[in-house]
Design a protein around this ligand. Structure first.
Ligand SMILES: Cc1cc2nc3c(=O)[nH]c(=O)nc-3n(C[C@H](O)[C@H](O)[C@H](O)COP(=O)(O)OP(=O)(O)OC[C@H]3O[C@@H](n4cnc5c(N)ncnc54)[C@H](O)[C@@H]3O)c2cc1C
Ligand SMILES: *[C@@H]1O[C@H](CO)[C@@H](O)[C@H](O)[C@H]1NC(C)=O
Ligand SMILES: *[C@@H]1O[C@H](CO)[C@@H](O)[C@H](O)[C@H]1NC(C)=O
Length: 502
């Protein structure tokens, strides 16, 4: 039986508005931004520009969140105009997107709100005299590292060339070059940024050291960055690539990892990303990204210990830095999956070399039944073990420091990136839950392993899940929160812009 007509009508209208729930104020804001910045605003979901931008999110999950309009500014002035108009519409939500590589919902995506993408603010220029690169937030690391490479220099940046620039730099950024020069954000010396009130600020790190520290690792809460000034470093031929190992090599690989983390301080040119993968049916394998800042890797020492382990596939070679980053990104481009990230900062405990296999086994235990289903043939989960030696904190401090607050006097650490990829939206909860359970388990296990030794274990924002309180792990939390509130008293970014907040 059909319900009485008025109820039926209301339900039908509600259903229709659920798919197109754009408020009149959001529509008005979009119209006003379109009038102020002609040819920069797209509201038609079927237009090629709107469609391609919304479908460029790396995690397919985010492609479902359709903004009311897309704004593609071509200058800081146009960003400022959009911000000033948004200030007139306090109930309108917005998001800022650079590469769109965060898998977290409501960070660089917004449903029915205003999406400001820096796509047309991309590329790099280099000033040889000052050794400063001017880097814009749009595009991907390939667009920055490629042109710089031709001039024999580089900036501390992404390890996989396809990754976006703006969000990476604002959240800290761990790089193959971090043991030599610190986090990517540590080498930023200037920001062109649109503040919450729509003013364009040109921030010089040497003039505003306190703000500079906050900007290195706080994400999107201080302003919309339209340009970064970054100290460049010389680069020539490098050695690197990937090797794949079968699960049987686990103990050799974990032993090499355990020696490498403290050894990194004596060999700052070496870097790895150790990915411990559990694929369908619980099959284990390892994918290791290798990097050495020189034409040949060393033949002795902790890095060489890795290189002596027999692999089943090997793409390592001597090549240009830009060629390496480009090829590192190619497989990640093909994922086309829903993705989860979750991070944990693991202390390096010299007398606990058993930690890595315990962590790996626990995660396999948590996900093996999920991965058994024949409906999840292309799903996989992994843990990246990323050495994070105290030497990175030393270089960070030398450059003025970052929001994460790492120091050379800290104990060594390993950053864990817990990742899953899957296809069906109905699987979102199972995969998020498994990663969350691993982190909850780690929070209990770590004190057992460290036996009362005090570690400072802040999270790396780049790798975190949206529900992780990243800024709460920073020792300067209170100070940065106060500064954020001074610069954004109405909560323009904090309440309306998405992303991690203080
Ligand atoms: C394949 C892959 C490899 C990765 N490798 C690394 C790695 O080696 N090291 C590492 O540290 N991280 C790595 N990451 C994580 C990466 O740093 C984050 O996903 C980061 O968000 C990517 O930057 P983006 O520009 O694509 O961010 P987006 O998704 O566009 O944005 C992320 C956040 O930053 C904000 N934001 C973006 N641009 C601006 C801007 N101009 N002004 C103000 N706020 C802005 C957004 O609002 C959002 O909150 C990797 C990610 C992927 C998918
Ligand atoms: C995050 O952590 C900080 C510091 O511990 C705390 O003050 C804050 O309330 C936390 N925020 C949330 C949303 O839990
Ligand atoms: C806008 O905000 C910035 C950053 O907090 C501040 O320096 C500036 O004075 C503000 N401008 C106005 C007009 O209030």
């Amino acid at each position: 039986m059909l319900p009485p007509a008025p109820i039926f009508l209301t339900t039908a209208l509600l259903a229709a508005s659920a798919t197109l729930a754009v408020s009149t104020s959001t529509e008005a804001a979009c119209d006003e931004i379109a009038a102020a910045t002609p040819e920069r605003v797209w509201s038609n979901r079927l237009s090629r520009t709107y469609y391609s931008e919304v479908n460029s999110y790396w995690s397919t999950t985010l492609r479902d969140a359709k903004p009311a309009c897309l704004v593609l500014p071509q200058s800081a002035e146009e960003v400022a105009a959009a911000v000033r108009i948004l200030n007139k519409y306090p109930d309108v939500q917005f998001a800022v997107k650079s590469g769109g590589h965060t898998p977290n919902e409501r960070h660089s995506s917004v449903r029915d709100g205003v999406l400001i993408s820096t796509r047309d603010l991309s590329g790099v220029t280099y000033d040889e005299e000052t050794q400063i690169a001017t880097v814009r937030p749009g595009g991907e690391w390939n667009d920055v590292i490629g042109p710089l490479d031709e001039q024999g220099v580089t900036v501390v940046g992404g390890r996989l060339g396809l990754v976006g620039v703006g969000g990476y730099l604002l959240q800290g950024g761990i790089s193959f070059l971090s043991a030599q020069y610190g986090l990517a954000a540590d080498s930023i010396v200037g920001w062109e940024m649109v503040a919450a009130n729509g003013t364009i600020l040109n921030i010089d790190a040497s003039e505003e050291p306190e703000l500079a520290v906050a900007l290195r690792g706080s994400g999107s809460q201080f302003g919309i960055v339209t340009q970064f000034k970054i100290k460049a470093y010389p680069v020539a031929k490098v050695w690197g690539g990937t090797r794949i190992y079968d699960g049987g090599k686990a103990s050799e690989i974990y032993s090499a990892l355990h020696n490498f983390v403290p050894g990194n301080a004596d060999d700052e040119k070496a870097a790895i990303i150790l990915t411990d993968i559990t694929a369908v049916g619980g099959t284990k394998l390892f994918l290791i990204f290798y990097f050495y800042d020189g034409p040949e890797p060393p033949t002795t020492g902790p890095f060489a210990q890795f290189l002596n382990i027999g692999s089943t596939l090997d793409t390592t070679s001597t090549q240009s830095y830009s060629a390496l980053l480009k090829s590192n990104g190619e497989s990640a481009e093909l994922l086309q999956s829903r993705i989860s990230f979750r991070t944990f900062t693991l202390p390096y405990v010299p007398d606990a070399p058993h930690m890595y296999s315990e962590i790996s086994d626990k995660f396999t235990f948590l996900i093996k039944d999920i991965l058994k289903s024949p409906l999840r043939l292309t799903s996989q989960c992994s843990i990246d073990f990323q050495p994070f030696p105290a030497i990175i904190g030393k270089h960070s401090q030398e450059r003025g420091g970052n929001a994460m607050g790492i120091a050379g006097s800290d104990l060594d650490r390993i950053l864990l990136e817990i990742q899953c990829s899957w296809l069906a939206g109905s699987d979102d909860e199972v995969f998020h839950d498994a990663s969350r359970e691993l982190v909850e388990w780690l929070a209990i296990k770590v004190p057992e392993w460290t036996k009362g030794v005090k570690y400072y274990l802040p999270y790396l924002m780049n790798d975190a899940a949206g529900d992780q309180n990243v800024t709460g792990t920073y020792q300067g939390y209170g100070k940065f929160k106060a500064l954020q509130e001074r610069m954004d008293p109405a909560g323009f970014f904090k309440k309306r812009g998405g992303g991690f907040v203080y």
